[in-house]
Ligand binder design. Structure first.
Ligand code: HPA
Length: 279
C-alpha cells in the first residue's frame, strides 16, 4: 500500500530502523511526544515500559546537541500508551531534512497518528517572558519551503487538505482547557522557523517581529509539516527559554536555554500529561 509519497523513498532509506523499532515496540502508541532542548526530563515523570538508545537503531542519525539525549521511550501515562523521543535531529547540525523527520516517520510506521511537538524558542512578543509556555497556533515556514518541497514533492489534492488544520484546532483546544484546569499560563502565538545554526541577529528578530512572529526557533516546523502530510494530528508547544536577540540586552547562550527549560519542566510536564489524558 502506498500511503504517502516523498521525493526520496524514506520507507526504503530507513527500512532497517523501521523494522528494528517495530520488532522492539511493546505496544502500538496512541500519542507521540517529541521533546525539545532541556525538556528531556519529561520522560522521567512517566511510567517507562521500555527505553531504546537511538545509537542502537540501525541507520539512526546521532544527535550532538547538549540537552538532546538520543533515547526513545515507550511509556504509560495512566492508561495512555505514549512514545517519547528524547533528543532531536536538527537541520542546523548539518543533517538532511529527511533525517530530521525520521522520528515522525517512525511514529507513523508504528501506527500512531497524534503527535505533540515541544521546543525551546526565543520570545519576540513583549508579552512573553523567559519560562513562559506558548501554544503555537500558527507558524512561519518561509525559511524552509524549498527543502520541504524537495522532501515532500508537490502535494496531492488530498494531502493538501491535511494542512488546513495544522496545528490541529482540536488538540489546541485540549491544551487550552488543560492549562485552565491546572492554572498554568499558556500564551498563543506564531512560531517563526529560523535555520540557525547561530541565534538570530537583532535585525533579523526585528524583521520577524514586524512580520508577525511571536517567537523564533530552529526546529519543529518541517517535522510538523511532514506529520501533517502523513495525515497526523499535530500540536506544538514552545517553552520561551530567553528573549530573542535584541529584545533583551542579555547575550544569548545555549546554557541559558537549557537552564530556563529545566526550570519550566515541572509545569510543562503537568500540562502535557493533563492534555494527553484528554486526547
Ligand atoms: N532563537 C532561535 N532558537 C532558539 C532561541 C532563540 O532565541 N531560543 C531557543 N531556541
Amino acid at each position: 500500500m502506498t500511503w504517502f509519497t516523498t521525493m526520496i523513498d524514506l520507507s526504503f532509506k530507513y527500512r532497517e530502523a523501521i523494522t528494528y523499532l517495530k520488532k522492539e515496540s511493546p505496544f502500538t502508541p496512541e500519542i507521540a511526544v517529541i521533546l525539545g532542548s532541556g525538556l528531556g526530563n519529561f520522560a522521567d515523570s512517566t511510567k517507562k515500559i521500555k527505553s531504546i538508545l537511538t545509537s542502537e537503531i540501525p541507520g539512526y542519525p546521532s544527535a550532538s546537541v547538549d540537552g538532546h539525549k538520543g533515547l526513545i521511550h515507550f511509556a504509560n501515562i495512566e492508561n495512555k500508551k505514549i512514545l517519547i523521543f528524547q533528543g532531536r535531529i536538527h537541520f542546523y547540525e548539518g543533517f538532511n531534512l529527511s533525517d530530521c523527520v525520521l522520528p515522525v516517520l517512525l511514529t507513523k510506521k508504528l501506527g500512531c497518528n497524534k503527535i505533540i511537538f515541544t521546543n525551546a524558542a526565543g520570545g519576540i512578543n513583549k508579552n512573553l517572558s523567559p519560562g513562559d509556555l506558548m501554544l503555537v497556533e500558527s507558524f512561519n515556514s518561509i525559511n524552509i519551503k524549498k527543502e520541504l518541497t524537495e522532501l515532500i514533492g508537490i502535494s496531492s489534492v488530498e494531502t493538501k487538505n491535511n494542512f488546513l488544520n495544522c496545528p490541529s484546532s482540536r488538540m489546541n483546544e485540549i491544551f487550552k482547557e488543560s492549562s485552565k484546569e491546572k492554572g498554568i499560563k499558556l500564551h498563543s502565538g506564531c512560531y517563526w522557523y529560523t535555520k540557525g545554526p547561530t541565534y538570530e541577529t537583532p535585525a533579523e528578530i526585528e524583521m520577524i517581529h514586524r512580520f508577525g512572529g511571536d517567537a523564533a526557533g530552529m526546529s519543529t516546523v518541517h517535522e510538523a509539516v511532514f506529520a501533517s502530510n502523513l495525515s497526523m494530528e499535530v500540536v506544538i508547544v514552545s517553552c520561551i527559554t530567553n528573549m530573542a536577540s535584541g529584545i533583551s540586552k542579555q547575550k544569548l547562550s545555549h546554557s541559558e536555554v537549557t537552564e530556563t527549560a529545566r526550570k519550566s519542566a515541572e509545569k510543562f510536564a503537568l500540562l502535557l500529561k493533563t492534555a494527553i489524558l484528554r486526547m
